[in-house]
Ligand binder design. Structure first.
Ligand code: HEM
Length: 463
């Protein structure tokens, strides 16, 4: 059966397989997967050295793997190879252990709980804006990274990571960058004392120091802050045992990593798209002016900021931070008539499916309006899956969407961003999809009339 997939490759199997080696995967994986989809359609077989992987490009087939037959798959090789960073945190753990941890963490992401994070998200954004002045040039991606890190730290761990943000941010960024080298991650064991591995070790130790400090302080105080950390600290097994510091650390580093860079990249791509689409930007400003007037946004405003929401949805379509996903078969399975043997990989790329003309008109265009009239309900479920799906769906999806809309609204109310000339913004498909050299932009103040007191609602966050 495997051979029959390979018949679809251009030359004889051996040559074809050589051509589709990790080389192109590392250099330009976005183009690589788009090309495979163009040339081979909804199912293609790849072999990289000894690893066999089936690439799926149809929403229904993706659903079969992520939802219908989720039990037959574990996480893919890249995530598994990053276990020395994430430990047994939510993103990388498996089976009953994962399920127990997921159930423990879930309440912290419940809609009502997340609602209480809204004020923090706006407050931290406003704090950042205190230093912003019209005419300044900034790396907006760096700004968004710092901001989202602080928001995750405060909301989930009640920790003011501002003083540590730069240190943690740098270490996390380095880990992501190194982890993004698929070839290295998979083929170089992390215990080998190479220069890069030693660097990774050092950065992990740096982050651990901070995380263990946060955990230790909370444990010592016995305080129940009602946040995720308290929930995990107080959770008990049936035998009465509590979660060890090591496990708490694994969950914490996972959430810091999974929860800040993704949302920061979403915002960075959104600013970049807005700066190039003045008509969309004008519509955004009109909505913000009409809904908010001269005050900062609050949770209550979210249903009224529909266009702002569509902008985020569309940005996640075109530049999904989780640009591709992988699984490893733990049992034999058959997909679309192809045998997926135990040990084989399955790959799926949001980057490709989200730009498929079968699901989207003018797929390369940034058109937030396409999401009006409930497009989402009319699409096959996995034609749009920025947060994955099935049991391993992103636990932070509601958190992330709320954060992106509130941060975008808080900033766009005050500033528009003009892209710096001669600073190319290029996608880097590392573990996440982010702007390779950041997004440099000049801040332009949207000076407006002074606050109209009658507009200021009680629920609004003080501006
Ligand atoms: C735009 C922002 C985000 C995107 C695009 C995103 C995307 C994803 C995707 C695609 C997965 C599934 C990975 C897989 O199945 O292999 C995932 C899992 C996860 N995400 Fe997110 N995420 C975002 C924000 C967040 C936030 C804000 C948090 C937490 C504060 C978070 C925490 C997690 C965790 C813990 C998992 C693992 C869940 C599990 O396996 O039980 N993510 N994310």
């Amino acid at each position: 059966m495997w051979r029959s997939i390979h018949k679809e490759f251009p030359a004889g199997p051996a040559e074809g397989l050589k051509r589709w080696s990790l080389g192109p995967l590392n250099n330009n994986p976005l183009e690589y997967f788009a090309k495979i989809a163009r040339e081979y359609g909804d199912v293609a077989g790849l072999r990289v050295l000894n690893f066999r992987t089936i690439f799926l490009n149809h929403p229904d087939l993706i659903e079969e793997v992520l939802v219908t037959n989720a039990r037959k798959y574990s996480k893919g090789r890249v995530l598994r190879a990053n276990r020395h960073v994430f430990g047994e945190g939510l993103l990388t753990s498996e089976g009953d252990f994962w399920l127990r941890q997921r159930r423990l963490a879930q309440p912290a992401f419940h809609r009502t709980r997340i609602a209480s994070y809204a004020a923090t998200m706006v407050e931290y954004t406003q704090r950042m804006l205190h230093d912003w002045r019209g005419g300044q040039e900034r790396d907006v991606h760096q700004e968004m990274m710092r901001l989202t890190l602080q928001i995750v730290g405060k909301t989930l761990f009640d920790a003011d990571v501002e003083r540590d943000a730069q240190e943690v941010g740098k270490s996390l960024e380095l880990l992501l960058e190194i982890g993004a080298n698929f070839r290295r991650t998979i083929f170089v064991p992390h215990w080998l004392p190479t220069a890069t591995n030693l660097r990774v070790k050092k950065e992990i130790a740096q982050i651990d120091k901070i995380l263990y400090r946060i955990i230790g302080e909370r444990r010592a105080s016995g305080r129940d802050a009602g946040d995720l950390l308290s929930m995990l600290l107080h959770a008990q097994d049936e035998d009465g045992s509590r979660m060890a510091d090591r496990q708490l650390r694994d969950e914490a580093i996972t959430l810091f990593l999974a929860g800040h860079e993704t949302t920061a990249s979403t915002l960075s791509w959104t600013w970049w798209l807005l700066a190039q689409n003045p008509a969309v930007e004008a519509k955004l400003h009109a909505e913000l002016d009409a809904v908010l007037g001269d005050r900062a946004p609050s949770l209550d405003d979210l249903p009224k900021l529909a266009y702002t929401g569509h902008i985020v949805t569309e940005s996640l379509r075109l530049y999904p931070p989780a640009w591709g996903m992988a699984r490893l078969a733990v049992e034999d399975h058959e997909i679309a008539g192809y045998a997926v043997r135990k040990g084989m990989g399955v790959a799926m790329a949001q980057w490709v499916v989200h730009r498929d003309p079968r699901w989207y008109d003018a797929p390369e265009e940034f058109r937030p309006e396409r999401w009006e009239d409930d497009l989402l309900k009319r699409l096959p479920r996995f034609a749009y899956f920025p947060f994955g799906g099935g049991p391993r769906q992103c636990i932070g999806n509601v958190f992330a969407l709320m954060e992106a809309v509130l941060v975008l609204a808080t900033i766009a109310r005050k500033f528009r961003l003009r892209l710096a000339a001669n600073h190319p913004v290029v996608p880097l498909a590392s573990i996440t999809l982010r702007p390779r050299h950041g997004v440099r932009a000049t801040l332009e103040s949207r000076q407006k009339k002074e606050a109209a007191p009658s507009n200021v609602r009680q629920a609004a966050v003080a501006d």
